[in-house]
Write a protein that binds this ligand. Structure first.
Ligand code: BTN
Length: 255
């Protein structure tokens, strides 16, 4: 079966999910799967594209979506958006965990060997929510544009193995479904706590927009509470740099 047919064959029944994969819509090319979800999505629909011509990243950036190499997809949901960013990062981490050692960088990048292999963009328009996930899967180092050379990686560059994109999508959707169910059952706190622990940033010294301090906590909204020499500051978004970590230290945020 072609990859396209395998994507199209994903169903809730085949995954054993309750919400996610109500319908799986595949595009050889589309502008952005987030746009598809916001404009046409019903609860649980998944939009997946081999290639995006206008993939969106956080903070108005573009997302480099090379044809055939990554997993560019969006889960359309209705209802409450709170907690979905956490759920998505945890779902990707869980899907990868059997074959490598992924980490979540606050707020919601997934890294392997300190290279960003996954970005998440949750958008909301009226009652439509788009949980957009981009995973760099089988890229070679030379497939990334120069400006991403140092920060980005793919599952292939970091594990030395080719990954089956369809199997990976199935795994992420299954893990996401479990967490969406938890959120709908009022378990926001437990999802947020799992995510906050996974970020592993409390107690670390960071720099954020010229302010240096120690992370005292992650609050209910997922923001960093930073103890600085001039008092406490709340960091909701922007770049932070971890000063006492061994991994490369620039994090983005903006959701
Ligand atoms: C980030 O800046 O880290 C977030 C990147 C999110 C990219 C994904 S790819 C699928 C979906 N469609 C988009 O246009 N963006 C998201």
């Amino acid at each position: 079966m072609s990859t396209e047919s395998q994507f199209r064959a994903i169903t809730r029944e085949s995954l054993g999910t309750q919400i996610v994969a109500a319908r799986v819509v595949y595009f050889e090319e589309t502008a952005s799967t987030n746009t598809c979800a916001l404009e046409q999505g019903r609860d649980g629909d998944v939009f997946v594209a081999d290639r995006q011509t206008a993939g969106r990243g956080r903070q108005g950036r573009t997302w480099h979506s090379a044809p055939g190499l990554g997993l560019w997809f969006t889960v359309a949901l209705k209802g409450e958006a709170e907690g979905l960013v956490f759920a998505a990062a945890l779902a990707v981490r869980a899907a990868l965990a059997g074959r490598c050692a992924p980490t979540i960088k606050w707020p919601n990048d997934v890294l392997v060997n300190a290279k960003k292999i996954c970005g998440i963009l949750v958008e909301q328009r009226n009652d439509a929510i788009a949980v957009g996930i981009g995973i760099n899967v089988n890229h070679l180092r030379s497939d990334f544009p120069n400006e991403l050379e140092h920060s980005a990686g793919s599952l292939f560059t970091e594990t030395g193995e080719e990954w089956d994109r369809v199997a990976l999508l199935r795994d992420v959707l299954t893990h996401l479904d479990r967490r969406v169910i938890l959120l709908r059952n009022g378990q926001l706190e437990s999802v947020r706590n799992e995510w906050a622990r996974a970020c592993d940033i409390v107690g670390k010294r960071i720099e954020s927009e010229g302010h240096t301090g120690v992370v005292a906590a992650i609050d209910e909204a997922g923001a960093i509470v930073l103890d600085t020499a001039n008092g406490s500051r709340r960091v909701i978004s922007g770049h932070i740099t971890v000063l006492d970590d061994t991994s490369p230290a620039t994090h983005d945020s903006g959701d």
